[in-house]
Design a protein around this ligand. Structure first.
Ligand code: ADP
Ligand code: MG
Length: 728
């Protein structure tokens, strides 16, 4: 539906006066709508409960009889909560979540109805999958796909539907989603990290990757958003002159949250709490109308599900409050865009954070082991990790001097740099008792337990150590965290396996003690992974040059960044870690490239429409008004009109110039699009969209924004930045 700009503004003003009540105590609500541990104990037999727990802990299979019991229990609980339907909830490669609802209701042969939900329906469902992207997997292999229960992420009730988190795979077993590869990567890192953690504590039997995301987003009044076809169709503004006031006063960041937004947030937090999402922090972000929400960190698979669920819930709650939430990485030019920091660590089942320095030298050696191995893994696979956050919309941010650059590097801070420098000097082979004491007391022993204050300073780093976790900062606000988490955990698994092998060889063949062997291998890693460490200004041009010297990749756009997915080294990594087969990787690459093309294509089309149907007609209308005015002046004053219509004539001329440029460039863009569309090779087509179509956007925008400044405010058809961006 299209509205006039002024109707939308009037509607938005009315909304500001509507009050929405606050309710509820947080702790009482937590997990109310989740089939969690408490509910399982209440509803499951002992046998079923331990079977589900074993599946969560070690990935063991749940047999059909038990699945029937679990299904029965879930159904009983869900119906008691007022649920009428169930759905398998999954993450197709579109990046969003998908669901297909079925009623619990079934007909008996005698014609009577009953509520039915068995193990079969719990374990597996067959959505009509033909319209989800598969990168050709389904054509080449099997036409059908099915969803399968992931018992490690608890079922929850949303609205009146019991949602069962599932993976989505083809009948031949290829992953058609983002969750299946993530689960495989988490399994790989669990095994690899557990084996290494056992060097330091024999009691460790499981290691979980942990993830704490920080979701940034914009809120725009719903009526205003709907007055802009670009926001509705592409999630961002394609044109719009900057408001006189943007973020230059820094008065929004951590400022007082507007009342209307507070009401939305508290409603949202209440919904999240019921769904077991442990939301904790909320604040204003840097840009006007920009906010952030962060939960307490959780096991990575669960955290990913919770982030996706949050985004879904947010859209619904925003709608209720007459807001539109924008997850696009760059909805507005000239002010900051949105990201989603991914805080990541590894935690043992003995309650230890493996990236947290401890109070004893041995604990610190364990910390250093995981710390240095992370650095090594990221150094080896920096380009692959960067590819995991590539998307058309995130291209606006990476390298745009507000978010980390497209170059991956690691910030560890001065204190830990000193420690690594000292470790680098350790002599090879056996250590003398003196060296050992020196190392333990003065190097390893000196790592303070609380590094937090000293490490979190460099906000320009894309991968920063922040005291007890690494923080990956280039992730886009829209991105499914499963993508970077799959890569990060897979490369870490691969790295830890290599590490263990090297240490074991030194112990077996060279007779080194365990700590000596560990020191020796770490020293080599510190030496060989130095290029990835960078503590300086990641936004500077010097760094770009320096990174090039260091042979770090700098892929500035998505088609370029995605290339590495199918390199020999990447395919080998995915295969050896059992994360993805070659077919799956290739399919994924194709899906991502396709998504990129569609994205730019849609933007091009919408821009075309905005220019031809909105901006040009209004500009011409205003120009005609001026022309009438000048003609009138001429009629009244005759030859003397020249002096009087000087200003008008200048504006008429300027408008004419910008109109000519806009028209020329929009037509050229359309031609570039047509020619890109004839390309059949998907990679070349994506590059054509990237190199030949996309550059026009900024050029067209420049002239549109000039026109916005020239044309009568009463005539301008598109809601302006100053109207969109300042919620009261
Ligand atoms: P900011 O980056 O905005 O300064 P913080 O540094 O406080 O914020 O980041 C906090 C985030 O880090 C939270 O989402 C929190 O859950 C997460 N976090 C804290 N510890 C861990 C951990 N061990 N593993 C993963 N995430 C963690
Ligand atoms: Mg952060």
């Amino acid at each position: 539906m299209s509205r006039t700009r002024f109707d939308a503004i009037a509607e938005s003003h009315k909304r500001n006066r509507i009050n929405i009540e606050e309710k509820g105590r947080r702790s009482e609500l937590f997990g109310q709508n989740v089939f969690n541990e408490e509910r399982m104990l209440q509803y499951l037999t002992k046998e079923a409960h331990s079977s589900v727990k074993a599946a969560i802990f070690s990935g063991s299979k749940i047999d059909r009889k038990i699945a029937d019991q679990v299904a029965e229990a879930m159904k009983t609980w869900a119906i008691s909560m007022g649920a009428t339907h169930y759905t398998h909830w999954f993450q197709p490669l579109t990046g969003a979540t998908a669901e297909k609802h079925d009623a619990f209701f079934d007909l008996l042969p005698n014609g009577k109805g009953m509520e039915k939900f068995g193990g079969g329906q719990l374990v597996q469902q067959e959505p009509d999958a033909s319209s989800f992207p598969s990168g050709g997997i389904r054509n080449t292999f099997e036409a059908r796909g099915y969803t399968a229960w992931d018992p490690t992420s608890p079922a929850f009730i949303y609205g009146t539907t019991l949602c069962i988190p599932t993976i989505f795979v083809s009948y031949t077993g290829e992953a058609l989603d983002n969750k299946a590869p993530l689960l495989r990567a988490l399994h790989a890192v669990d095994e690899a990290a557990t084996a290494v953690a056992k060097y330091f504590d024999k009691n460790v039997t499981k290691v979980n990757a942990t993830l704490g995301w920080e979701q940034e987003y914009f809120l725009v009044d719903k009526a205003l958003a709907h007055s802009r076809p670009d926001i509705i169709m592409t999630g961002r503004t394609l044109s719009g002159h900057s408001a006189a006031k943007g973020q230059q006063l820094d008065d929004h960041y951590f400022g007082v949250i507007p009342n209307r937004v507070i009401r939305f947030m508290s409603d949202l937090e209440q919904e999240c709490t019921k769904l077991g999402i442990p939301v904790k922090t909320r604040h204003n972000e840097v840009a006007p109308n920009q906010f952030e929400l962060a939960p307490v960190f959780e096991e990575a698979n669960l955290a990913v599900d919770h982030n996706l669920l949050l985004m879904d819930v947010m859209e619904k709650v925003a709608d209720k409050h007459s807001f539109k939430v924008l997850f696009h990485e760059k909805p507005f030019a000239g002010i900051n865009g949105s990201g989603k920091h991914n805080n990541w660590s590894l935690a043992t089942d003995t309650g230890v954070n493996l990236l947290s320095p401890g109070s004893t030298p041995m604990k610190n050696l364990q910390f250093l082991t995981f710390f240095v191995n992370t650095i090594k893994a990221v150094d080896t696979y920096e380009e692959l990790l960067r590819s995991s956050i590539a998307s058309a919309s995130n291209d606006h941010r990476l390298g745009a001097n507000e978010a980390p650059p497209a170059i991956l590097s690691i910030f560890i801070g001065a204190q830990l740099s000193d420690v690594l420098d000292e470790l680098e000097g350790v002599s090879q082979g056996k250590l003398s008792p003196q060296e050992k004491t020196e190392l333990k007391l003065n190097v390893v022993g000196k790592i303070p337990e609380i590094l937090l204050d000293n490490t979190d300073r460099n906000r320009t780093s894309p991968f920063a150590f922040t005291g007890n976790k690494f923080e990956m900062r280039g992730v886009g606000s829209k991105t499914n965290c499963a993508k970077p988490m799959t890569i990060l955990n897979a490369i870490m698994a691969k790295q830890l396996i290599a590490f263990k092998k090297e240490v074991d060889i030194l112990m077996d063949k060279k007779n080194l003690k365990k700590d000596e062997a560990v020191f020796n291998v770490l020293r080599e890693y510190i030496k060989t992974s130095k290029r990835i460490r960078f503590d300086g200004d990641g936004y500077s041009t010097e760094w770009e040059k320096e990174a090039k010297r260091r042979k770090l990749s700098n892929n500035k756009n998505t088609p370029e960044a995605l290339q590495v997915l199918t390199s020999k080294a990447s395919l080998e990594l995915f295969k050896s870690m059992d994360v993805m087969s070659e077919v799956e990787v290739k399919a994924r690459q194709e899906v991502e490239l396709e998504a990129y093309i569609f994205h730019i294509q849609i933007e091009g089309r919408v821009f075309n429409e905005i220019v031809n149907n909105h901006i040009l007609p209004s500009s011409i209308a205003y120009q005609n008004k001026l022309i009438d005015n000048v003609t009138g002046l001429k009629e009244i004053f005759g030859a003397a009109h020249k002096k009087l219509s000087d200003g008008q004539l200048t504006i008429i001329e300027q408008i004419a110039e910008h109109i000519a440029e806009v028209k020329k460039k929009v037509d050229a863009m359309t031609d570039a699009r047509k020619s890109a569309n004839t390309i059949t090779n998907i990679d070349k087509k994506a590059r054509a969209y990237c190199d030949n179509v996309r550059p026009y956007f900024d050029e067209i925008r420049y002239h549109c924004d000039k026109l916005e400044q020239l044309v009568d405010n009463q005539i301008w058809p598109l809601t302006k930045y100053r109207e969109l961006l300042f919620i009261k």
